[in-house]
Design a protein around this ligand. Structure first.
Ligand code: NAD
Ligand code: FES
Length: 293
């Protein structure tokens, strides 16, 4: 069992939990995710890692209750425990595995939208711990929904923007990217993490500005094992699975429109059956170890 040592609301309907999971904490890297199950027969929920403490053996997760399982998670308290907490899964962020001298030469911009601020934080923190400065834009609908601002300010040059202008700069993250570039900032690498629609428009903006961009396709994952077929996407015309090949991909190559259309079809049994029939053998990804069997 995996004990919850801290539980609370970060903002609005966004929850934060610190969970004892020493084996995951020992091996995880920014960009990876865990699969969390409350009880034996509960649904498996993939969640990106927001923070980890290797000494204390804990992992921090951040989530928004959007379905029955995450709604039940939100009712769990300090001292309760998850039945399963599997990970670390997925491919770590390139920034944490590429040769450090190569990363050091890059001027990096992170774009963190809403709950997507949680998976950006460990990447910015990792760079800070390795002496690399980066810029972060945190975007939220309103002031009340800005999360992890203080934590982010400790590790990166942070710009906050709200859609309604109630705090920080005014407007969506895409406007802030363009404004920063106009103000003289030069970037040669961008990582955009947030809702699909935000990542689509960030990728369009950075393509126009000539900034290579990575996005995290975590939002389309369902079981996180390569077996359900939910996270199938096209990247540069090739079939990929977010949970096995990602979750991070080249944002300029991801077909966001197809991924969003597919995600809405995947919500009904009929839509799922249609996708399975249409996609045949390429509907499932396999676990990544078995060649799709
Ligand atoms: P939100 O809807 O409040 O949006 C956050 C910010 O994204 C906005 O403030 C705005 O600046 C920007 N944005 C939104 N639409 C945009 C558009 N059309 N053009 C340009 N910028 C735009 O975000 P939320 O409610 O916190 O997001 C929840 C979503 O985030 C869920 O769908 C969840 O799946 C997703 N999420 C993604 C990841 C990931 O790894 N990609 C991680 C956690 C959550
Ligand atoms: Fe099911 Fe990736 S989440 S195949």
């Amino acid at each position: 069992m995996y004990k919850i040592v801290e539980a609370g609301i970060l903002a609005g309907n966004i929850w934060r939990m610190v969970v004892e999971a020493p084996r995951v904490a020992k091996r995880c890297l920014p960009g990876q995710f865990v699969i969390v199950k409350q009880e034996e027969h509960s649904e498996r929920i993939p969640l990106t890692i927001c923070d980890y403490d290797r000494e204390k053996g804990t992992i921090t997760i951040v989530f928004q209750p959007v379905g029955a399982s995450t709604w039940k998670f939100a009712r769990m308290k300090e001292g309760d425990a998850f039945m399963d907490f599997t990970g670390p899964l997925g491919v770590p962020s390139d920034l944490c595995t590429d040769p450090i001298e190569e990363v050091r030469r890059k001027k990096i911009l992170f774009v963190a939208g809403g709950v997507g601020t949680a998976p950006v934080y460990p990447q910015a923190k990792w760079l800070h711990e390795h002496g690399i400065e980066c810029d972060v834009i945190i975007g939220a609908k309103t002031k009340d929904l800005v999360i992890l601002e203080n934590e982010m300010r400790e590790v990166a040059n942070t710009y906050v923007t709200t859609d309604d202008g109630s705090y920080g700069r005014s407007g969506m993250v895409t406007k802030c990217i363009e404004d920063l570039v106009q103000e003289g900032h030069v970037y040669d690498h961008c990582v955009a993490i947030g809702p699909m629609i935000m990542m689509k428009f960030c990728a369009l903006t950075t393509k126009k500005l000539g900034i290579p961009t990575v996005v995290s396709m975590n939002p389309i994952m369902v079981d996180g094992t390569g077996m359900c077929g939910a996270c199938r996407l096209l990247v540069g015309g090739e079939v990929k699975f977010a949970c096995v090949d990602g979750p991070e991909f080249d944002g300029h190559l991801v077909d966001f429109d197809a991924a969003m259309k597919r995600a809405s079809l995947y919500k009904t049994q009929e839509g799922m059956a249609f996708l399975e029939a249409q996609e045949g053998d390429t509907h499932h990804g396999g676990c990544g170890q078995c060649g799709g069997e």
